[in-house]
Design a protein around this ligand. Structure first.
Ligand SMILES: Cc1cc2nc3c(=O)[nH]c(=O)nc-3n(C[C@H](O)[C@H](O)[C@H](O)COP(=O)(O)OP(=O)(O)OC[C@H]3O[C@@H](n4cnc5c(N)ncnc54)[C@H](O)[C@@H]3O)c2cc1C
Length: 245
């Protein structure tokens, strides 16, 4: 006779037919050995096994502890990624956040320990804070350095020096501009190649970091942190020269 069981879980089912005891897990598939399961198909038994497995997991006494650990781990990952700018993904694909995209949605941590784009907040219309201005300016400068040609023209080298000089005069935060002017005096801009410029900029940024009591960024990782602007068919690239100037 076929039992009509309500498939809540295998452990707590209500049957209208004969009562039966739960067989051991390994025996379940060999349903021909259990009279009570004679009329259940493999698919039905599989479903019951799955249900029991779910039930066991929900009864796991370590579950709250594991969940707390997962939350802590997510929190550490988020803070770490905010500083070094690395997008932390599940271990299977540890990719590095590289090129700057025009989509500036911040990365947020999710329950599944991945970082995802959060929807853009409404734009604030008020004035920006010094910190926000600083982050935007460093983003501009490091992206410019990443996009700087391997062999810049004489004009491009001159432009970098002028840009830095203008920043030190016109940066819209007086104390920052004055501070930057001092830094430039002891560290004149070096832009003979893409690598030279990006390393110089990293060094200069670290000088500002130190003076503000911030952590120093490892400059050997600058290419992993910053990249060229994401642009179709390299249409944003700066072109250098094939000749040495
Ligand atoms: C030219 C200039 C001068 C400034 N002077 C002052 C000042 O005198 N006083 C003041 O209060 N603020 C100053 N600021 C602002 C300050 O540097 C920071 O931008 C601001 O405090 C926000 O800091 P942050 O921790 O968010 O990261 P930021 O320092 O803005 O850095 C942004 C991101 O760049 C990456 N990064 C950090 N260090 C490096 C590095 N060395 N190389 C490459 N990438 C790096 C990190 O991923 C970081 O999240 C200045 C900014 C600029 C552009």
């Amino acid at each position: 006779m076929r039992h009509s069981c309500v498939p809540t879980t295998w452990l707590r089912r209500s049957c209208t037919g004969d009562s039966f005891s739960r067989p051991a897990m390994g025996q379940a598939n060999r349903h021909h050995e259990f009279g009570a399961f004679n009329n259940l198909s493999y698919t039905e038994l599989g479903g019951l096994l799955l249900e029991e497995q779910k039930q066991r997991m929900s009864e796991n006494p370590w579950q709250p502890l594991l969940q707390t650990f997962e939350k802590l781990s997510n929190c550490v990952q988020t803070h770490l990624s905010n500083f070094i700018g690395i997008k932390i993904t599940p271990p299977s694909s540890s990719t590095i956040q590289n090129p700057i995209s025009l989509d500036s949605s911040p990365l947020i941590a999710t329950n599944s320990s991945t970082l995802q784009k959060s929807p853009l907040k409404e734009k604030s219309t008020g004035p920006v804070a010094k910190e926000e201005l600083g982050r935007a300016t460093w983003t501009f400068l490091h992206t410019l350095a990443a996009q700087y040609p391997e062999k810049p023209t004489r004009q491009q080298k001159k432009d970098v020096k002028e840009l830095m000089a203008i920043l030190s005069r016109m940066y819209p935060c007086r104390e920052c501009a004055d501070h930057f002017k001092e830094i430039l005096r002891s560290n004149p801009a070096q832009a003979g190649s893409q690598e030279e410029f990006s390393q110089w900029l990293c060094h200069v940024h670290n000088t500002v970091n130190r003076s503000l009591g911030k952590l120093v960024f490892p400059c050997e990782r600058v290419d992993a942190r910053w990249g060229k602007l994401e642009c179709e068919q390299k249409s944003c690239d700066l072109h250098g020269t094939s000749m040495d100037f």
